[in-house]
Design a binder for this molecule. Structure first.
Ligand code: PLP
Length: 399
């Protein structure tokens, strides 16, 4: 079967592949402790669910305007002003089927064949694949664990070229949990302001920050960039609404209008009742968010503490999102107890950890950091405890 070059060029989601392997082991009766999830394990707050039920009962089940219902766009514009200091009109907000869809719309609306998109590594797995899906070229900008995985302004200045169409910023970051301070963002903004590149600021983990870290929006800190920056956010992580598929983008009208045009021919609007639910999420701030964040923080501190006790493992302490991203290169060349051959790569480590240690984590390779493994703490405390006991035993058993 002849399939399009663009689809053939992209990879399937690595996270889903690990989940599938874990499922197969479980089907064989093996207890797998999974630290894979990219979603909160909490339920969507009751008031949000109630708003959706009410919308269904009221027959709010038809198409909506492509860009989203006016009340929601207005509430998002107000939120961006209140929480982020961004001045956007409701007309410059596009509601889509998840932040992933917003990002897809952005790349497809702005990138030509051969355009380069600068992506700091480690990165969320979908950026390079989405860039490839529109015929553009992902260019990876490496960062260092010793520098908390942060892009240095000098490195950014060196990496920007006339072919750079867009720069991707993701703070707090998946997979590293890195959160940029206001000063660090201003320094990057000063470099970006001197170049014509567009900026995609993916702020989906905005609400999940710890240790006193604060989230800042680049376009608010560096007003010169506002006309070239599209800010993306969504409801999945902050409100435990992954399955509702609701995200949004805001920024300069010409780009947002182009994204809306593309969406009008692809998916039309995001689900009507999910939009009503999202409106409740934004306008009826409940206690759930703070409770969820406090629980993530408790798990994060526990995971960090336990990982610190494993000799050879290094990592930058995450200040946001819900992942730790340790380096496993100290263990390469060694053979797991019961294993047939030495571990040759980080992916080998993750595979053996799953098959022999019965702990599922996501190998770092698809995040652009092959010597690492992503461990999620968006799962029950007891699962984390069990997984870390097993990880410690697995590492201690390496010969
Ligand atoms: C960095 C990042 N951006 C965007 C998304 C997409 O979120 P959603 O499409 O559920 O809104 C995710 C989901 O894992 C993510 O980790």
């Amino acid at each position: 079967m002849r399939l399009s070059r663009r689809v053939t060029a992209i990879e399937e989601s690595a996270t889903l592949a690990v989940s599938e392997k874990a499922r197969v082991l479980r089907a064989r009766g093996i207890d797998v402790a999974a630290l894979v999830a990219g979603e909160p394990d909490f339920d969507t707050p009751e008031n949000i669910k109630a708003a959706a039920v009410e919308a269904i009962r009221a027959g709010f089940t038809k198409y909506t305007p492509t860009s989203g219902i006016p009340e929601l766009r207005a509430a998002i514009a107000e939120k961006l002003q209140r929480d982020n200091g961004l001045q956007v009109s409701p007309e410059a907000v596009l509601v889509s089927c998840g932040a992933k869809h917003s990002i897809y719309n952005f790349f497809h609306a702005t990138c030509e064949e051969g355009d380069e998109v600068l992506i700091p590594a480690p990165y969320w797995v979908s950026y390079p694949e989405q860039v490839k899906s529109c015929g553009a070229v992902p260019v990876v900008l490496p960062t260092r664990e010793e520098e908390d995985w942060k892009v240095r302004p000098e490195a950014l200045a060196r990496a920007l070229t006339p072919r750079t169409r867009a720069f991707v910023l993701n703070s707090p970051s998946n997979p590293t949990g890195t959160v940029y301070s206001a000063d660090e963002l201003r320094a990057l903004g000063a470099v970006l302001a001197g170049h014509g590149t567009l900026v995609l600021s993916d702020e989906i983990y905005e609400k999940l920050v710890y240790d006193g870290a604060r989230h800042h929006s680049l376009a608010a800190l560096v007003p010169e960039l506002a006309a070239r920056t599209v800010t993306v956010n969504g409801f999945s992580k902050a409100y435990a609404m992954t399955g509702w598929r609701l995200g949004y983008a805001a920024g300069p009208r010409p780009i947002l209008d182009a994204m809306a045009k593309l969406q009008s021919q692809a998916t039309s609007n995001a689900t009507s009742v999910a939009q009503r639910a999202a409106l409740a999420a934004l306008t009826q701030d409940g206690p759930d968010l703070a409770r969820m964040c406090a629980e993530f923080d408790r798990r994060r501190r526990f995971m960090v503490e336990r990982l610190r006790q494993i000799p050879g493992l290094t990592f930058a302490v995450p200040q946001g999102a819900f992942y730790v991203f340790p380096r496993v290169s100290a263990f390469l060349g060694r053979t797991p107890a019961g294993g047939a051959r030495p571990l040759a790569s980080g992916t080998d480590f993750a595979t053996a950890l799953l098959e022999i240690g019965h702990v599922a984590g996501v190998p770092g390779e698809p995040f652009g950091a092959p010597d690492h493994i992503r461990l999620s703490y968006a799962t029950a405390y007891e699962t984390i405890a069990r997984a870390l006991d097993r990880l410690a035993a697995f590492v201690a058993g390496l010969r």
